[in-house]
Design a protein around this ligand. Structure first.
Ligand code: ATP
Ligand code: MG
Length: 265
C-alpha cells in the first residue's frame, strides 16, 4: 500500500518534471528508472553484456580543460545529491590505488616518454573503472567523475598519439549517462589559472616545450587541447556549458540538466 502510494506519488510528480526539465513526454517511471546502459564506445572488454550486468547507478561526467572550474562545481553537486537521498562516489584522474601514486611520482621526474605516459594514464583509468566506477554503479551509487576518457584522449592526441590506438584503448569505457563539458576560451582561462596559483609544468605542456617559457607553452598547449574538445563535442554528445558564467549560475544549470537522469527524476 505504501509502495503503491509512493509509486503514485512519483507518477504524479513526473508531469511537473517533464514540464520543468524537458524530459520526453510519455516517458514512464519504469523507463526512467532503467539502469546505466551497457553501451561502450568500443568493445565490451570484460563481457559485462554477456554477464547481463545490472548497473542501477548513474554515471555523470564533468569535463573541461585545466583550471576551468570542475572541482568547484563537483564540490557543490555532491552535497546537493546527498541531501536528495542519493549515495555518491566521486573519482578523478590519478586516484587509482594501483598506480595513482606512481603516476604522480613519475610525473615529478618529468622523464616519462609519450607512450609510457599514455599507458600509465590508461592503467589509472582502467583501475578506477574496474575498482571504483563499476562497483559503485552496480550498487546504485551516483558516480560523479572529474574528467573521463575525453581529457585523456585530448592530452594523448595533442602529444601526437595515433588516433585509432587511443580510441581503441579508451573504447572499453562505458558511455556515461551524461557528459557536461565546461567550455572556456583562452582569454577567460588565463586569468582564472593565474588567480589559482599560476601555470604548472604539465598544464602548460612543457614536456613538449611548446614555447620559450611556461606562459607561451601554456597558451599553445591549451589552444590545442580546446580544439580537441571541440572536435569531440558532437561525437561524444557533450552537453556544453559556458564556463565563463558565475559559479552559482553554472551549478543551477548542472542541477537542472542532471535531475532528469536521476533514478527518482
Ligand atoms: N565560474 C567561475 N567563475 C570564476 N572563477 C571560477 C569559476 N569556477 C571556478 N573558478 C575559480 O577558478 C579556479 C580553478 O577552479 P577549480 O579548481 O574548480 O578548477 P578545476 O577545473 O578543478 O582545475 P584543475 O584542472 O586544476 O583541477 C579557482 O580559483 C576557482 O575559484
Ligand atoms: Mg580540480
Amino acid at each position: 500500500m505504501v509502495d503503491a502510494q509512493m509509486a503514485r506519488g512519483k507518477i504524479d510528480g513526473q508531469g511537473m518534471h517533464e514540464q520543468a526539465y524537458g524530459v520526453q513526454p510519455g516517458t514512464s517511471v519504469l523507463e526512467r528508472e532503467t539502469m546505466t546502459s551497457l553501451e561502450f564506445y568500443g568493445i565490451d572488454a570484460i563481457h559485462l553484456k554477456a554477464r547481463k550486468e545490472l548497473l542501477p547507478g548513474r554515471l555523470i561526467v564533468l569535463e573541461g580543460t585545466d583550471g576551468v572550474g570542475r572541482t568547484t562545481q563537483l564540490r557543490l553537486l555532491r552535497p546537493w545529491l546527498e541531501s536528495s537521498g542519493y549515495a555518491v562516489v566521486d573519482t578523478e584522474m590519478t586516484r587509482s590505488d594501483l598506480v595513482g601514486a606512481g603516476l604522480k611520482q613519475a610525473k615529478e621526474g618529468h622523464t616519462l616518454g609519450p607512450i609510457t605516459l599514455n599507458l600509465f594514464y590508461v592503467t589509472d583509468f582502467v583501475d578506477r573503472f574496474e575498482q571504483q566506477i563499476l562497483p559503485a554503479l552496480r550498487a546504485g551509487f551516483i558516480v560523479l567523475t572529474d574528467r573521463y576518457i575525453y581529457s585523456l584522449m585530448a592530452r594523448a592526441l595533442v602529444r601526437g598519439a595515433d588516433d585509432r590506438w587511443i580510441r581503441s584503448i579508451y573504447g572499453l569505457a562505458l558511455k556515461p549517462d551524461a557528459v557536461f563539458y565546461l567550455k572556456i576560451g583562452l582569454n577567460d582561462l588565463v586569468p582564472r589559472v593565474l588567480q589559482s596559483g599560476g601555470f604548472d609544468y604539465w598544464e602548460s605542456g612543457m614536456d613538449m616545450r611548446l614555447g620559450d617559457d611556461l606562459y607561451e607553452s601554456f597558451i599553445n598547449y591549451q589552444k590545442s587541447l580546446l580544439a580537441q574538445f571541440d572536435k569531440m563535442t558532437d561525437h561524444y554528445h557533450f552537453q556544453v556549458i559556458d564556463a565563463t558564467q558565475p559559479v552559482d549560475r553554472i551549478i543551477e544549470l548542472l542541477k537542472r540538466r542532471i535531475l532528469p537522469h536521476l533514478p527518482q527524476g
